[in-house]
Design a protein around this ligand. Structure first.
Ligand SMILES: NC(=O)c1ccc[n+]([C@@H]2O[C@H](COP(=O)([O-])OP(=O)(O)OC[C@H]3O[C@@H](n4cnc5c(N)ncnc54)[C@H](O)[C@@H]3O)[C@@H](O)[C@H]2O)c1
Length: 333
């Protein structure tokens, strides 16, 4: 099987990982990396044995590339993505898809017009615990979903200056909530604060109401001195809890739901604590799973799990949360 020739633009914290994974996957060969910081580009190229460029446009001109990952700061996603799309190269752009809805739409429209494949790096969809949870939800193991609650907190990463915590981090949880709840948001409200960031919000408490009546709760910040990344989802039959960092999945059983099955009643009569099951899942690097799936889409001309439209929807909801906080208003969508 011929290896696909992959390249990475922007090889800072995230892009370096893309470069490493492309160099490790069976289906790809890392041919080049580009970074405005030429020293960074050279270092990564040396580590993973590929060509280095200070100017990505030069790289697009010189190299034959089958697929590219874009991991430059969010405010440059649009320009870099458009240059790659113009060359007909399938694009994985890191999350958030862009710094504004307008720029996200331009990327999506241009990709469509040119028939170029596009995906967005919503990596949490490839966390093995989320993959397993999604399978179980699809088998109706939770029954009707009542609430989904995400906690994504930790210390401030100094390098993220161009967007606030809602656009940078909450988009992960918004995307996962849409994916797991399987419904769109109809109403939302948020409170945000800026405590240490020089320009943008660094604290979010948000509420989402989905069309199927599930409630989403978001607690996201760059202010907590401990990194926590968790999502819990409560429904008729109990609660699932995902710990993203350790790739753990738990099920907290509601005994009443299993009793109900024998009573032939449709009404949930109560909630009683039952068994707590630690669902064993083989651990896997989410970025490896994400890029492997991306390679498969490019090779076999399949639709990616995360579309440009998914990226836009997550960004839109993030922007509406910011707007809600600024206007001190509930926003109906
Ligand atoms: N999926 C995830 O979990 C995840 C995690 C971290 C970051 N990200 C995303 O990845 C992107 C990059 O974030 P980061 O944390 O790696 O930032 P970073 O600052 O560590 O890296 C960005 C790199 O891009 C380079 N760069 C800037 N402008 C460029 C240009 N025009 N051409 C080429 N290179 C350029 C910089 O020199 C730097 O090396 C952001 O959009 C961020 O949201 C995603």
């Amino acid at each position: 099987m011929k290896k696909l020739r992959a390249a990475v633009i922007g090889v800072g914290v995230m892009g370096r990982n893309h470069a490493r994974v492309y160099s490790e996957l069976d289906g790809t060969e890392l041919v080049a990396v580009a970074d405005v910081n030429s020293k960074t580009a050279r270092n990564v190229a040396e580590d993973f044995r590929c060509d280095a460029y200070g100017d990505y446009r030069e790289m697009l001109k010189e190299e034959h590339i089958d697929m590219v990952s874009i991991a430059v700061p969010t405010r440059y996603h649009r320009d870099v993505a458009l240059d790659c799309i113009e060359k007909g190269i399938p694009v994985l752009v890191e999350k958030p898809i862009a710094d504004s809805e307008e720029n996200a739409k331009v990327i999506i429209d241009e990709a469509e017009k040119n028939g170029v494949k596009l995906t967005v790096g919503h990596i949490e969809r490839f966390n093995p615990a989320v993959i397993e949870l999604k399978k179980r939800l699809d088998k109706n193991e939770l029954g009707k979903i009542f609430e989904i609650k995400a906690i994504r907190v930790g210390p401030f990463p100094n390098r993220i200056r161009d967007v606030g915590v809602v656009t940078d981090l909450a988009v992960h949880d918004i995307d996962i909530m849409r994916y797991l709840v399987g419904s769109e948001v109809k109403r939302l409200y948020a409170e945000t604060e800026r405590r240490i960031h020089t320009r943008h919000e660094d604290l979010l408490s948000g509420l989402l109401k989905f069309q199927n009546d599930a409630i989403g709760v978001l607690s996201v910040n760059w202010l907590t001195p401990e990194k926590i990344r968790e999502i819990s989802i409560t429904g008729e039959k109990g609660m699932f809890l995902v710990k993203y960092l350790t790739q753990e999945l738990y099920f907290y059983e509601n005994i009443e739901a299993s009793r109900r099955m024998y009573n032939y009643s449709d009404i949930l009569m109560g909630v009683t604590e039952g068994n707590i099951i630690n669902i064993r899942i083989p651990k896997r690097e989410p970025l490896k799973a994400e890029l492997e799936s991306w390679v498969e889409c490019v090779r076999k001309d399949k639709e990616p799990l995360v579309s440009g439209e998914d990226g836009l929807k997550a960004l839109k909801l993030a922007q509406r949360l910011i707007e809600s906080a600024i206007k001190e208003k509930v926003i109906v969508l």
